[in-house]
Write a protein that binds this ligand. Structure first.
Ligand code: SR1
Ligand code: MG
Length: 386
């Protein structure tokens, strides 16, 4: 049978067809689709002893509908990314029970006992000691293993070829790395931000710096990325008394600049901080960029002696990490800007009683991160700017 769009009522039979839960008949299913792109169903049985999630890519952007067609092959990219991460950081992703390439559907662990990090933060909780460090480690483990330091050159070329994802990269090249700086029907903003949106469109210096970051995004095949590592792509919680952090939704995965993953996370951390500042509810927000960077750097340097090509010497890793840092600062800026005057906004700001002051502050911060990224060389510099 070819590709068919699954509905809630199809899921029990679909699970049986795919070889799951042959003996389970009392399957209850609910749709919990939440992100911009795909549909997600949770299936469980009556006594709660079985539960699974089914995620299917539609042939369009879910929130836009058929007017914005999008190849469901993005699910292939997601499945491939999970395979790679499972080799090096299996504790940081959901368990994948199977991928159905005909229907672009993943059957995976039900994580409904955990919570989306963005939701937790929006509700006023702190990050705790673990989340950002695990994210930094995740980025280091995935990117080191899939870089020319972690893989033989021929295998790397095969990975790059297999991970090419033109449609999803184009979304990022458009909605993150160009549209917010030009007139585009996708863009929208609060009326009180119209002056800033106009000044960003007229800002030649900003435009050139974003073009530079966009070019790096399009050409720098450093390592396999998650590709959309915002706080809505992270689940947190506790299992058996221990903190749990799971990164999910790597459908934007491709081989690109490492700083894109770190930068996306940092932007979302900084937006969350401005929300908390607005509400007078700051907790540990100001530590998170540093914690994730330190964990990333520590893990990357821990793995460095295992590199497959020792022509890359110890002095080179310092230079490499310093470039990753600078890229990350710049991409953090672009992620902030697009989340306020581009297509996809963030509930961190949109659900504030008055979103204007925090949105203005954050937007201006985003610009500084982009244009001054070369001089912002440490987490302390970013703190001073914030
Ligand atoms: C049309 S998609 C807009 C955004 O949703 C995804 O989560 C990515 O962040 C993408 O940029
Ligand atoms: Mg997503």
């Amino acid at each position: 049978m070819g590709y068919r769009i699954l509905e809630t009522d199809d899921i029990p039979a679909y699970l049986h067809e795919r070889g799951h839960w042959a003996d389970v008949t009392d399957i209850h299913v609910r749709e919990v689709s939440d992100g911009n792109m795909n549909r997600v169903f949770l299936a469980s049985n009556a006594d709660g002893s079985h539960s699974l999630a089914v995620k299917q890519a539609l042939p369009w952007v879910r929130v836009a509908g058929p007017s914005w067609p999008m190849s469901p092959e993005r699910a292939d990219a997601e499945a491939r990314a999970y395979e790679q991460v499972a080799k090096v950081a299996p504790d940081k992703i959901p368990v994948i029970h199977g991928y159905d390439a005909d229907n672009y559907a993943l059957v995976m662990e039900d994580m409904s006992d955990l919570e989306v990090l963005r939701t937790v933060l929006n509700e006023g909780a702190s990050y705790g000691p673990d989340a950002s460090a695990r994210i930094g480690e995740f980025v280091a483990q995935l990117t080191f293993a899939t870089s020319d330091f972690g893989m033989d050159s021929a295998d790397r070329k095969a990975l790059i070829a297999a991970s090419v994802s033109p449609e999803l990269c184009k979304i990022t090249e458009d909605v993150v790395l160009s549209e917010p700086y030009i007139e585009h029907e996708h863009n929208h903003w609060l009326p009180e931000l119209a002056d800033l949106a106009a000044s960003f469109r007229a800002d030649a210096r900003l435009r050139t710096e974003v073009a530079d970051l966009r070019y790096t995004f399009m050409t720098s095949a450093q390592a396999l990325l998650h590709g959309d590592l915002h706080t809505g792509s992270v689940m947190v919680g506790e299992r058996e008394g221990a903190p749990v952090v799971r990164v999910f939704d790597p459908e934007f995965s491709f081989v690109g600049p490492i700083g894109y993953d770190l930068g996306l996370y940092w932007a979302n951390v900084l937006v969350s901080e401005e929300r908390a500042r607005e509400l007078g509810a700051l907790t540990d927000h100001g530590d998170q960029l540093r914690l994730s960077w330190e964990a990333f750097e520590t893990e990357f340097r821990r793995l460095w002696p295992t590199r497959v090509d020792t022509f890359f010497d110890d002095a080179f890793v310092d230079r490499f990490l310093s470039r990753v840092w600078t890229d990350s600062v710049g991409y953090a800026g672009t992620e902030i800007v697009r989340r306020i005057i581009g297509f996809a906004h963030l509930t961190d700001l949109t659900t504030l009683p008055d979103p204007v002051p925090a949105s203005r502050r954050t937007l201006l911060l985003g610009r500084e991160l982009i244009v001054r990224r070369e001089e912002l060389t440490s987490p302390e510099h970013i703190r001073a700017l914030v």
